[in-house]
Design a protein around this ligand. Structure first.
Ligand SMILES: Cc1ncc(COP(=O)(O)O)c(C=O)c1O
Length: 353
């Protein structure tokens, strides 16, 4: 009988729904409408047969990205989405039998990667008031902690850590010998960044992605920023060609047209304000923190609302855990998208009364 790694046998995976393209997608924090078409068309013009026949080269993109965040090329490593960044960091910096500290609920792939790789996951729960106490995180970190992840803002609850809180975690991580991962997947919707912590410390890595604001989730382009020694270790752990050339080309194009970032931010901000006003006007309980997502408490059961919306071709997210079980979460989009969602949501919620 062939060998199967025990941690893979026992790992619980939920694979994403397929066929989502015919739905209004408000369930995975993507930009539901994508980039303006003229930008996409411009890049597509450069995808010649010769370009596609060549193995990808990352230097140009890395130089542009480094310049964009005030770092050097040696501080940057590209990955096949930040999902893959999480995997590499754990493979390189977490020892067998040691633990990884995150908050919970959080982006599932931190826990899933621990399960896949056979590491202990120490999830620190949110309190009933939807906040995390930094003391709880610090308390969870012990001599066996090799990695702690701070998602800033967190997904799904978009809370953020203050600089003082981040410093306390970094200090404790130094004491116990752990790497601190600061995941800034939703950075652009929330302007603060801890990149300088990654550049100043020798145990801090910041993750960024082109999947969310930059609207390129299909291309899988993630970035790790950190001290050159850490980055070098991660590069040794990567396959030779990890990120594809089309993703790098789109990334370079956006970095050459930075005005697009402000444009996309303004579209999301207007949409977020619009949906917030609708929820206030119609007396809905809601939570809006710092990411491109909103929690709404429907008057009917959250799971029934999710199914009713799905029948109307709208995908939203619900959660099984006690803290979030009464809520649906949608990611935001333009005013047009938010209007389309709210019209149908409101009608369905009233029909069910
Ligand atoms: C906090 C966080 N980190 C990382 C990711 C992964 O993003 P990607 O692999 O598309 O770069 C996500 C995706 O939802 C996320 O929410």
């Amino acid at each position: 009988m062939y060998y199967v790694k025990e941690s893979i046998k026992n790992c619980l995976r939920i694979f994403p729904q397929q066929g989502r393209s015919s739905y209004l997608r408000l369930d995975m924090n993507e930009n539901p409408e994508g980039l303006p078409k003229k930008y996409v068309d411009e890049v597509l013009k450069e995808l010649t047969p010769e370009f596609l026949s060549m193995y990808p080269e990352t230097d140009m993109f890395m130089e542009k990205y480094a310049g964009y965040v005030g770092a050097h090329k040696e501080n940057i490593c590209t990955t096949n989405g930040s999902d893959m960044a999480i995997r590499y960091i754990m493979e390189v910096f977490v020892e067998e039998g040691k633990n990884v500290v995150t908050v919970t609920p959080s982006f599932e792939m931190y826990g899933v990667n621990c399960d896949m790789l056979g590491f202990k996951h120490k999830p620190v729960p949110y309190r009933q008031d939807f906040t995390v106490r930094i003391e709880d995180v610090l308390e969870a970190m012990d001599e066996d902690t090799d990695m702690v992840a701070l998602l800033n803002p967190n997904n799904p609850i978009g809370t953020v850590f203050t600089e003082e809180e981040a410093d306390r975690v970094i200090e404790k991580a130094n004491k116990v010998g752990a790497i601190v991962v600061i995941d800034e997947a939703y950075h652009y919707f929330y302007p603060e960044s801890f990149i300088k912590k990654a550049l100043e410390n020798d145990n801090v890595l910041v993750l960024r992605t082109f999947s969310k604001l930059c609207s390129l989730a299909s291309l899988r382009l993630g970035i790790i920023i950190g001290n050159p020694v850490l980055i070098r270790y991660i590069m040794k752990a990567r396959p030779t060609f990890d990120v594809n050339a089309v993703a790098l080309k789109f990334g370079e194009y956006l970095l050459d047209h930075k005005e697009i970032f402000d444009y996309l931010i303004s579209i999301e901000k207007e949409g977020r304000k619009f949906i917030e006003n609708k929820l206030i006007e119609n007396k809905y309980e809601y939570m809006i923190h710092k990411g491109n997502y909103v929690f709404i408490k429907p008057r009917q059961e959250a799971s029934a609302m999710k199914e009713a919306l799905k029948e109307r071709k709208i995908l939203v997210k619900t959660y099984g855990n006690e803290l979030l079980k009464d809520w649906i979460r949608i990611n935001t989009g333009s005013v047009k998208v938010m209007n389309e969602f709210f019209d149908i949501f409101y009608r369905l919620d009233h029909e069910a009364q």
